[in-house]
Design a protein around this ligand. Structure first.
Ligand SMILES: [Zn+2]
Length: 143
């Protein structure tokens, strides 16, 4: 798991920090910091799912990357995809819809750090680390 090293004071900060806890400088990088979903309500409550490149599907079927045991969740309910500008969630024509921050989405919606996703009676919170863009394939080449 990665740390975010402060460019100003070299203090090692945890991935979740966006500002240095020692000097307050804004932290960049975080390439090693995975973005994740935390299950706040529903089954498995308290579980943490890492979301990365490719398609992260959410649903009741075991073939999904994120499986929720919720009768109101469709077999294939939603997908979270990393695009060039960040993470987006898409409603896969689920029966009960996808809600982000209390609003039902029509087709897809951009996710931000702290966004709350509601599927059926399950609630997931989004934690996006780094800049949410794993477009660091480029920067990894530089390193
Ligand atoms: Zn610092």
């Amino acid at each position: 798991m990665g740390l975010r090293i402060c460019a100003s004071c070299k203090h090692e900060n945890a991935c979740k920090n966006h500002f240095c806890t020692q000097c307050g400088a804004r932290l960049s990088g975080g390439e090693d910091c995975p973005s994740k979903l935390l299950v706040l309500e529903g089954e498995p409550k308290g579980a943490i799912f890492l979301i990365g490149t490719g398609s992260n599907t959410i649903g009741r079927e075991s073939s999904n990357s994120i499986v929720l045991s919720d009768e109101q969740v469709s077999a294939k309910h939603a997908a979270i995809t990393l695009k060039e500008d960040g993470f987006w969630i898409e409603d896969l024509e689920s029966k009960n819809g996808v809600f982000v921050n209390g609003q039902r989405i029509s087709k897809r919606k951009r996710l931000y750090d702290g966004s709350l996703i509601k599927l059926g009676s399950s609630i997931l919170s989004v934690e996006i680390n780094g800049n949410g863009l794993n477009s660091h394939k480029k920067s990894q080449k530089r390193i």
